[in-house]
Each structure stands twice: as C-alpha cells, then as structure tokens.
Design a protein around this ligand. Structure first.
Ligand SMILES: Nc1ncnc2c1ncn2[C@@H]1O[C@H](COP(=O)(O)OP(=O)(O)OP(=O)(O)O)[C@@H](O)[C@H]1O
Ligand SMILES: [Mg+2]
Length: 241
C-alpha cells in the first residue's frame, strides 16, 4: 500500500529507532509490514533475528542499490506497508529509495548541529521537485528530544524548518530508555517486561501518537499506485544524488 523511507545521512539521528517504533505500532494495528533494511550495519535485521516470530512482519536484509528497486516494487503489492531503513551516510541508495517512496521521514535530533545530515536529504527532495518535477511527500520528525524540557535549540530547528515550508511532525520522538531497551531485549515496545518502570507507558503513548501522525500524513489509499511514480526516472534520481 505505502512505502515509507527513513532517511538522514547523519548516523545516530534515530532512523532505525523511529522505523522500529512505526513498524511495531503498525503491527499492533494488524497491518502487514515488510521492512527493507538497506543499512549494511543491519541494526533492524539484528533486532528481528533475536525477536520472537511475528507473522505479519518480514525483514529483507542485505538490500543494496542494485536490488532495492526490484524488491520495493515487488513488496509494495504484497504488503500493507513497506518501511525502508537507510544507512547513516551518503550512499547511492538514498536517491533510489527516496524515488521509490510514498513518504520520506527525516528524523532530526533536536539540536541545530545535528540538522546537517537531514538537510542533505531535504536538499535532495527540493532538488527533485524543482529540477525534475518529482514531488515526494516528506516530513521531519524531531528525534531524541528530552521529554522533560522543550529545549531552545529544538524550537530553533523547528522554526527554521517551518520557515522553509518543511512539515515537522507535531509529535517529537522523546529520548526514552524504553526505546533503547527494545533493541537490547529484541522485543517490540509493548512487549517489554518492565515497561512501566522504564517510562514505558509514556513511551507507548509517544509511539502511538507518532504512528497516528504518520498514518494521517500518508495517503494509504492512493499509495498503491502513486500518481507521480510513472514520472520517476531512477537514473535521473541517481544522477541528482
Ligand atoms: N528516542 C530515543 N530514545 C533513546 N535512545 C535512542 C532514541 N533514538 C535513538 N536512540 C539510541 O541512539 C542510538 C542511535 O539510534 P538509531 O540507531 O535509531 O539511529 P540511526 O539514525 O538509525 O543511526 P545509523 O545512521 O547509525 O543507522 C541507538 O543506540 C539508539 O538506541
Ligand atoms: Mg540506523
């Protein structure tokens, strides 16, 4: 139905965490999800390999630039959601994956210094729109935000992005121990044993609100055959990158 890509050329921005939160929330809502792990570090795949079997989840691993187009095309028709987790560096995969997406989510850490990797992705999206007429819906999610305080630098990043007409999710992803524990324990957020003590209830509310917002921005109905897909020339995308 819909292909959603998490992209930021900076490492550690929170892509895999956000991708896992969205995936497990979608599974919780009975959607069938295929994750394309396009990061050679395989963080998502490692989580999956240690987790209990989840019948509505499939994870494609070792996906690279030459194979991503075919895999995404095939999986799009077979699964409710295809979620692409990109590596935290510049790679030819970025343009291919972005070009195949119905929505690109750019997690940016809530401090201006960290906005640079996100800016590279946003520049690419802007370039494709202006030079090639390829408009790919996208949003920024502020990640790893201190839940106790709304920091000044986070507000500054938000203002900067809004001034450039870049949509910023109302729901930031907070910095929470429970989000780290998902990886340590190889479990979905809602299956963490000690969830309440690790701020788990708030973490679940956060994940739910994030997924709600993603679903409200991604046009699931139309995504089966995006109107702009036919106009996409992947070679042009790769050249642009
Ligand atoms: N919201 C969060 N709360 C707590 N820890 C977080 C959060 N987001 C990310 N982290 C931690 O920060 C580290 C990097 O996060 P993550 O792997 O999600 O980033 P990434 O953008 O996918 O990185 P890479 O570019 O290396 O793939 C991980 O150790 C992760 O557990
Ligand atoms: Mg990652």
């Amino acid at each position: 139905m819909a292909v959603i890509t998490f992209a930021n050329t900076k490492g550690g921005a929170g892509k895999t965490t956000a991708a896992l939160l969205l995936t497990t929330e979608l599974l919780h809502r009975n959607y069938r999800v295929c994750v394309i792990d396009a990061d050679p570090q395989r963080w998502f795949s490692k989580w999956y390999e240690g987790a209990a079997l989840m019948p509505r989840l499939s994870v494609e691993t070792y996906v690279s630039a030459p194979t991503i187009q075919k895999i995404v095309h095939e999986r799009r028709s077979q699964w409710d959601f295809v979620i692409v987790d990109l590596p935290g560096l510049q790679s030819p995969l970025l343009a291919s994956a972005v070009g195949l997406s119905d929505h690109v989510i750019v997690p940016i850490q809530g401090s201006s210094m960290d906005a640079q990797g996100g800016a590279q992705v946003l520049d690419l999206l802007r370039y494709l729109d202006r030079k090639a007429g390829i408009r790919i819906p996208h949003s920024v999610v502020l990640s790893r935000v201190n839940p106790a305080i709304t920091t000044r630098s986070m507000q500054a990043v938000k203002r900067l992005l809004s001034a450039q007409d870049i949509r910023v999710f109302d729901t930031p992803i907070a910095e929470r121990a429970a989000f780290r524990e998902m990886f340590d324990m190889h479990r979905p957020l809602r299956k963490l044993d000690n969830a309440p003590t690790a701020g788990g209830e708030k973490a679940i509310l956060n994940a739910r609100a994030f997924a709600d917002e993603v679903l409200s921005h991604v046009d699931i109905g139309k995504a089966a055959a995006p109107a702009y897909a036919a106009r996409r020339d992947l070679q042009a995308l790769e050249t642009a990158a």
